[in-house]
Design a protein around this ligand. Structure first.
Ligand code: NAD
Length: 470
């Protein structure tokens, strides 16, 4: 696309949920904005090969699993449940297309200039964009790096997207593996592992640490593992993967050490590597522009998101903090508001995290472990979904709402949910954290009946005068 005039108020590099949101907010604030994106479609990892397509596959696979295993509970008989993998993937593609096209329309509406190409930052507030037909130079007093991250792997495991996949490859698999080994028991491993488990694959998670979902409250990982095991997922914790050897197509041997066995082997026909992501800064010309990075390759910036090069800012997965789309978007809004002279900041103590397994996991604030480490005297209460009417109606008996409050002040410190629609329930608790609410504030708020949200109220009651339904 032609950028027209090459002089802007702001050049955003990267059109993911950090960059495109920043571009829109900047345009709303009256800035003339160009957004450079190397890929053909807008939306970044989130819309193209991350959050959205994975949630589409999770939804479809959950419906398939329900038709196979859960409908009979309701007295509904289904003669034969079949799966058309091509159609299954096409539905996902259609959703992705609709949403990425939607960003293009929003850019048009906000008069943002999209520029397709690879950006390199120059010293003098210039950005050179390399395109298939040549290069062009854009200038602006403000440059925002929002280039995100990309999947990483481990030594001895080479992603070929044929036998050994990263999340991008696994989202477009054209076969259902018989046996899938997933390296990494974090967000991606558990979500995509769940998709293939539901489709009929034998899934084994190999996790380096002694718990899945490290970083989240221990109760969540422990209980989710128990539930996923009941669904048929296999777990091997505290393992070190040495090598994944592709003997021939769809014949792979993964060699690993565990606490009790050295050089154990597991055969499979697909490997998913989900051991984290790393900042994507290739070709940006960071060092030439005087932009420093830390030991993990993350761009160093101050509280206003300004890098070590004045006028150049960075947000999202390329800087420190959780690699989450909503964190990037929030930083995107804050950084352009700061640029335009408004005061803005991001409340890092109230960033929710959600894992879209079934049941879902959702968390905000401090974990029990972190509270104890900080020497805070906590009060903790867990209300099980088993005692919630709506959960029973939905056939969801697993999970809980766990709330942590400061014993002296009653202020909410953290909320950790495992259960149906935890992804939606966490919003109330994030708002409570944002408002620095006490458990009693939540407990005295009227919650509609019968809803899953009543479990949140009951947990808050449990921290004070006592839960009613337990
Ligand atoms: P992650 O950090 O969530 O999990 C990686 C897991 O791999 C960890 O449990 C880690 O201990 C383990 N691990 C690391 N090295 C290992 C090794 N050599 N052998 C075995 N296990 C090893 O990373 P991810 O699942 O790859 O996801 C990447 C990022 O994407 C995350 O930061 C996450 O925030 C984001 N993401 C978010 C969502 C969501 O919001 N629902 C979904 C997918 C991804």
């Amino acid at each position: 696309m032609s950028p027209g005039n090459s002089s802007y108020d702001l050049i955003v590099i990267g059109a993911g949920p950090g960059g495109y949101v920043a571009a829109i907010r900047a345009a709303q604030l009256g800035m003339k904005v160009a957004c450079v994106e190397k890929d053909k479609t807008l939306g970044g990892t989130c819309l193209n090969v991350g959050c959205i397509p994975s949630k589409a596959l999770l939804e479809s696979s959950e419906l398939y699993a329900q038709a196979k295993h859960k409908l009979s509970e309701h007295g509904i008989g289904v003669e034969k449940v079949s799966l058309d993998l091509k159609k299954f993937m096409e539905r996902k593609e259609k959703i992705v297309k609709q949403l990425t096209g939607g960003i293009a329309l929003l850019f048009k509406k906000n008069k943002i200039t999209p520029v397709t190409g690879t950006a390199q930052i120059q010293k003098d507030k210039q950005v050179v964009v390399t395109q298939s037909g040549g290069a062009l130079t854009l200038t602006a007093p403000h440059i925002l790096i929002a280039t995100g991250s990309r999947p990483t792997t481990i030594p001895g495991v080479v992603v070929d997207q044929k036998n050994i996949f990263d999340s991008t490859g696994a989202l477009s698999l054209d076969r259902i593996p018989k046996e899938m080994v997933v390296i990494g028991g974090g967000y991606i491993g558990l979500e995509l592992g769940s998709v293939f488990l539901r489709l009929g694959s034998e899934v084994t998670i190999l996790e380096a640490l002694d718990q899945i979902l490290p970083g989240m409250d221990r109760d969540l990982g422990k209980n989710l593992q128990r539930i996923l095991e009941k669904q048929g997922m296999n777990f091997k914790l505290q393992v070190q993967v040495n090598k994944a050897n592709v003997k021939k197509d769809q014949d792979i041997e993964v060699d690993y050490d565990s606490v009790d066995v050295q050089s154990a082997k597991i055969k499979c026909d697909a490997v998913l590597v989900a051991v984290g992501r790393k900042p994507y800064t290739d070709g940006l010309g960071l060092s030439e522009a005087g932009i420093q990075t830390d030991e993990k390759g993350r761009i160093i910036c101050n509280e206003n998101f300004e890098t070590t090069c004045a006028g150049v800012y960075a947000i999202g997965d390329v800087i420190a903090g959780p690699m989450l789309a909503h964190k990037a978007s929030e930083e995107g809004v804050a950084v352009v508001e700061v640029m335009s002279g408004k005061g803005a900041s991001v409340n890092y103590s109230a960033i929710p995290g959600v894992v879209y397994t079934w049941p879902e996991v959702a968390s905000v604030g401090l974990t029990e472990e972190a509270v104890k480490q900080k020497g805070i005297n906590p009060q903790i209460f867990k209300f099980p979904f088993l005692a919630n009417g709506r959960a029973l109606v939905l056939g969801e008996k697993e999970g809980f709402v766990k709330l942590i409050a400061d014993k002296e002040s009653d202020r909410l410190l953290g909320a950790h949910l495992l259960g149906p629609r935890a992804s939606d329930l966490i919003a109330e608790l994030t708002l409570a954290m944002e408002y620095q609410a006490c458990a009693e504030d939540i407990a005295r708020t009227i919650h509609a009946h019968p809803t899953l949200a009543e479990a949140v109220k009951e947990a808050a009651l449990g921290l004070g005068s006592g839960a009613i339904h337990l």
